[in-house]
Design a protein around this ligand. Sequence first.
Ligand SMILES: O=C(O)CCC(=O)C(=O)O
Length: 272
Amino acid sequence: MSLTLKPLTLTAEAADAHADEVRRTSCTVLRGCFPVETIEAWNEAFQPLLRRAIAEDGRNPNRGAARHYVTLPFHGLFADARIIDNDAVMAVVERLVGTDGVLCQLASDTPLKGSDYQGLHRDTQLLFPETGVETPPYQLAVNFPLVDVTPERGPMEYAPGTHMTSKAEGLRRIESGEAPLLPVFLNRGDVMIRDVRHIHRGTPNLTDTPRPMVVIGYSRRWLFRPEVQTRVPRETLDGLPERARRWLRFNPVFDRTEEALQTAETYRAFAY
Ligand SMILES: O=C(O)CCC(=O)C(=O)O
């Protein structure tokens, strides 16, 4: 059992190394980054949102069989600056998408029992698909699970290095074993930072325990992703530290909290 008592801090050298790992492989993991108690509180607060999504998605779950994408309200414990503006995470994120980037997404992916292998995909369109040339990172996902991810609970799998290839070349490397699919086993409190161009998929959750994976999207300042939207209540924004407010500067802000919490995302086309 991992109990995190103190927040993780990274030296500049360690943050450089994590950022280099993302550039090279597409992915890095910060172990024990968040307090387990905080993650347990998020999981408890998340359960009613999941139940509502399951009821609303009905026979048409939005990420494949028994797999739900749920937007989180940017409010209360889900807008905890120690999570959405975490020093260790931001040290790596800022090295990858700049200190003037934006927070564009706060949501979750949850496979339930009955979920299946997703098709291999990336989470974003490429900037210049006609060239076959890839650039430094512009869109990151910061992921953390609300329960420990075991082999039975459907770990995400990804193929290292495929963020810098065409999809055809990435699939060829996976097929040939040059870039094998790696499962990511994260415990509560661990954080994965990944370049969403890499080829990956969700795998089946064989257990009765839902496996929520939170996703916070951080992008370069110029990237517009119409499919995601973080609607920010004014009172939440006013309570956040300066860096968090800066990363939210292009997001819609609402004087009435209830208005902000109406979900506007219609993020169904997710696989590229
Ligand atoms: O959390 C997972 O299993 C990955 C889900 C995923 O890649 C997606 O729905 O786009």
